[in-house]
Design a protein around this ligand. Structure first.
Ligand code: F6P
Length: 345
């Protein structure tokens, strides 16, 4: 078969591991031929490709980012965009298309599938919030980086008897904040799933300072919102082509509020894209490789319109439409863990 592959949306560690696994199994076991579209759906629209061979995908397993580059190109917003994609897919004589991406990328796959393209999806989002799968590769790496940052911030925060706010990624779901917050032993963890109760934050910070430890660490997801202020904090009015605002600033705003209400010196740091950069953890390389193998097997089983997913310890697949229907948010049991570690009200 002749198969196209692309990576869309925000990048994350492990994309190259998926690409390598798809290509290796496809060439070594199925005699496939591959092309990679550059910069996500932009590469399909403009027919910009690179050859994907055993050679071009060698030595990339441990490399962060994506050799195919990525973009947030929304085909739905481009007049005649789907027709153009179909023309390119036909001209390239593709039998199937494998798209690595989150809900935005997969929503384009779904439209193309409805138009007869043999699409298979691989779930990718650093936020780990795609429903239907228990885990997305890249998340473990992001959490490892965020946890290390929280660990490192402990000593300097303690030296200065400060409050340190750490802003992490997580637009609609607080998986990174909750996991790194618990793993790093943060005193307060705030996620988009629950509005920020500033009085409660102040109570917890004061309780920490009333203990033998005269410092406090607060982890907050970029998408968390104050109960008393409308909406998420953004860097401006800029939106990407899928309509998502560029989130940033909740950490700084929270730090100012804590300092104002407690009189304690408070600093904030935004870990930002550091969480998405660099080499993937072993867990992410493993998961990404399993997803890649499953994706090429799905293509050869003729199971199109499907997304590979992890359920428990097993890789299976679900319809793309089901995967993008809802956001997988952090469940109450995780918030109970956080509460269980904090002093009672
Ligand atoms: O969608 C995943 C994500 O990492 C979000 O957590 C974040 O808001 C966004 O991407 C930032 O992406 P970029 O700045 O690369 O567009």
């Amino acid at each position: 078969m002749r198969i196209g592959m692309l990576t869309g949306g925000g990048d994350c560690p492990g994309l190259n591991a998926v690409i390598r696994a798809v290509v290796r199994k496809g060439i070594l076991h199925y005699d496939d031929e591959f092309i990679g579209f550059m910069q996500g759906w932009r590469g399909v629209l403009d027919d910009v490709t690179m050859p994907l061979t055993l050679e071009t995908t060698s030595g990339i397993l441990h490399r962060g980012g994506t050799i195919l580059k990525s973009s947030r190109t929304n085909v739905k917003k481009i007049p005649g965009g789907f027709e153009q994609c179909l023309k390119v897919i036909q001209n390239e004589k593709l039998d199937a298309l494998i798209a690595l991406g989150g809900d935005d990328t997969q929503s384009i796959s779904l439209e193309l599938a409805k138009r007869g393209v043999n699409c298979v999806g691989v779930p990718k989002t650093i936020d780990n919030d795609l429903s239907g799968t228990d885990a997305c590769f890249g998340f473990d790496t992001a959490v490892t980086i965020a946890t290390e940052a929280v660990d490192r911030l402990h000593s300097t925060t303690e030296s200065h008897s400060r409050v340190q706010v750490v802003e992490v990624m997580g637009r609609d779901a607080g998986w990174i904040a909750v996991t790194a917050g618990i793993a790093g032993g943060a005193d307060v963890v705030l996620a988009p799933e629950k509005e920020i109760d500033i009085d409660e934050v102040v109570r917890l910070v004061k309780a920490r300072f009333a203990s033998s430890k005269k410092f406090a660490i607060v982890v907050v997801a970029e998408g968390a919102q104050f109960a008393h202020i409308e909406g998420q904090l953004t860097t401006g009015d800029k939106k990407d082509s899928f309509g998502h605002a560029r989130l940033s600033g909740i950490g700084q705003a929270l730090a100012e509020e804590i300092e104002k209400r407690t009189g304690l010196e408070t600093r904030s740091v935004n870990l930002g894209h550091t969480q998405r950069g660099g080499t993937p953890t072993a867990y992410d390389r493993m998961l990404a490789t399993r997803y890649g193998i499953a994706a090429i097997d799905l293509v050869h089983a003729g199971k199109f319109g499907q997304l590979v997913v992890l359920k428990g310890t097993t890789i299976s697949s679900i319809p793309i439409a089901d995967a993008i229907a809802a956001t997988r948010t952090v469940g109450e049991e995780y918030f109970d863990v956080i509460k269980g570690l904090q002093p009672k009200k």
